[in-house]
Design a binder for this molecule. Structure first.
Ligand SMILES: [Cu+2]
Length: 126
């Protein structure tokens, strides 16, 4: 009988000790263009996160990794865009529509606890 009682207590205690703090880190919820999507030439990118962003500390780096008909395209950073955070959404305004090619987008996001979280995804412009 004593053995049976102990087997009930152990799993219950373990569940009580699970850490809760990680929930405050921003996760990418959705993006336009979406990860792995193929889209017509965008002039604006939009990334929506799970937490309210600290604007000046959140942003992206965008690299063109391929162009149609061009073998061995070297990674080419896209420059001249501006990004602004409003609540949970980061909006990136491009100086002109992105030309056809493949792109690697690296994002970094900071929410209230000031920890920097990073991620990346790719998309294609046709
Ligand atoms: Cu943190």
């Amino acid at each position: 009988m004593r053995r049976l009682a102990l087997s009930f207590i152990a799993p219950f205690s373990a569940a009580m000790l699970l850490p809760m703090a990680a929930s405050a880190h921003p996760k990418l919820v959705s993006a336009t263009p979406a990860a792995d999507a193929t889209v017509a030439e965008p002039v604006k990118l939009e990334l929506t996160f799970s937490e309210t962003l600290v604007g000046p500390l959140s942003g992206i780096e965008l690299t063109m990794t391929g162009m149609p008909g061009m073998a061995n395209h070297k990674p080419m950073p896209v420059k001249g865009f501006t990004s602004a955070a409003d609540g949970k959404t980061l909006t990136v305004s491009l100086p002109r529509a992105l030309p056809a090619g493949t792109y690697d987008l690296k994002w970094h996001a900071v929410a209230a606890d000031q920890h920097r979280v990073e991620g990346s995804y790719t998309f294609t412009v046709r």
